[in-house]
Design a binder for this molecule. Structure first.
Ligand SMILES: *Cc1c(COP(=O)(O)O)cnc(C)c1O
Length: 366
């Protein structure tokens, strides 16, 4: 598999660190670097390494395997796993002292207790509570049971957290969630369950507010150059370029069909270029007839459907194009945030979906 290096990712680690430092400069909280989903597609090991160097002492991942990968790559800093871990892996975690698991429901906790018995108190835990996202999180009506179980089994609860539903768009609801968070913390504290570490803010909340800062903010998007807010923030630098080449240049007459489906006829005599990248590389099919690429500094529209491993672009405006000339598929004038807007998705999706088979070239001095 792979793309014979016709196409590859260039990832600027200096910019990753700049973004991380910018976030750090905004808040007095520590910054948990969220590196789930292979660091949003950019490569969890390489990204964690530079963020560690930049001072990150806590990493957030979605799954057990990601945490293990970090540890194997030499990360000794704390790692919080957000999502469910199958019971069969729990015993392995007893001996790994920098992995922290999330307990987010009574059913989950009871299942773990049944499986682990008294060893349950050897796991390091952050509680996740629901404050209004209604995804994973202990619900208010279950708090009393949670308190009972924590005491009965002497659980090692090191922290508590929650997650915002719409920090970028709705301050009222965000404040409502934060109020709930405080009420829940108070309830635990009244029952002598204290937390060393509390955290709730994601990238959007960290950019916008200081009043929701606790011990940590949990930041993914902004580190990777993805804009969390409607309003573009120039301090957040795009870190990714997806480069490819031209594999063919052809002249097409007005009225000729271009690409699959017989849906696109040339509106004029035009010149097209073929680029060997498509949805098998993670380049979204939705970019059909909508996306753009940059060639010689000029923006070129995609014509017709994105194919499995090719796209067709209009290069009528460009002279002297030839096979193997460079194409910037994502980056430059057509950054990931702009592409996301074009197809009405979030930039995270475009980044995460880029295929792992695309070679990653890391640049920067860090
Ligand atoms: C993904 C995630 C984050 C980071 O969110 P961004 O918007 O990318 O900053 C923080 N906390 C949790 C629980 C997450 O799942």
């Amino acid at each position: 598999m792979g793309n014979s290096k016709n196409s590859y990712l260039e990832i600027d680690l200096d910019k990753v660190v700049e973004n991380y430092n910018y976030i750090k400069g905004l808040t007095n909280s520590k910054v948990m670097a969220v590196v789930k989903a292979n660091a949003y597609g950019l490569g969890i090991v390489e990204i964690a390494k530079v963020l560690k160097k930049a001072g990150a002492d806590f990493f957030g991942v979605a799954f057990y395997e990601e945490a293990i990968k970090l540890i194997k790559s030499g990360i000794k800093e704390k790692i919080l796993i957000f999502n469910y871990i199958k019971k069969e892996y729990l015993n392995k975690l007893i001996n790994i002292n920098n992995i922290i698991i999330t307990i987010y429901s009574i059913e989950q906790l009871n299942g773990y207790i049944d499986y682990m018995g008294d060893n349950i108190n050897k796991l390091k835990i952050h509680l996740k509570v629901n404050t209004g996202l209604d995804r994973l999180g202990i619900r208010e009506e279950d708090l009393n049971i949670a308190i009972k179980l924590i005491k009965k089994y002497n659980l090692k609860i090191e922290g508590i957290y929650s997650h915002f539903a719409n920090a970028s768009g709705n301050e009222g609801y965000t404040r409502f969630q934060d109020n709930n968070f405080n009420k829940i913390i108070k309830k635990f504290e009244e029952n002598n369950i204290l937390f060393r570490v509390k955290h709730i803010s994601n990238s959007a909340a960290t950019l916008l507010y200081r009043k929701f800062d606790y011990d940590y903010v949990r930041v993914g998007m902004a580190i990777y150059g993805l804009q969390p807010l409607e309003e573009y923030n120039n301090n957040i630098k795009e870190v990714l370029t997806l480069k490819s080449i031209i594999s063919g240049v052809f002249n097409v007459k007005k009225g000729e069909n271009i690409g699959y489906g017989l849906k696109t006829a040339a509106l004029k005599n035009m010149k097209i270029a073929i680029i060997p990248i498509g949805y098998s590389d993670g380049y979204l099919f939705q970019l059909s007839s909508k996306g753009l690429v940059e060639i010689n500094g000029i923006e070129c529209n995609i014509v017709g459907e994105v194919c499995m491993d090719q796209i067709i672009v209009d290069v009528s405006k460009i002279e002297n194009l030839k096979i193997e000339d460079e194409v910037i598929v994502i980056g430059g004038k057509i950054g990931i945030n702009r592409l996301a807007k074009i197809v009405d998705t979030i930039p995270d999706e475009i980044l995460c979906k880029l295929s792992n088979s695309l070679e990653k070239n890391y640049i920067g001095d860090v």
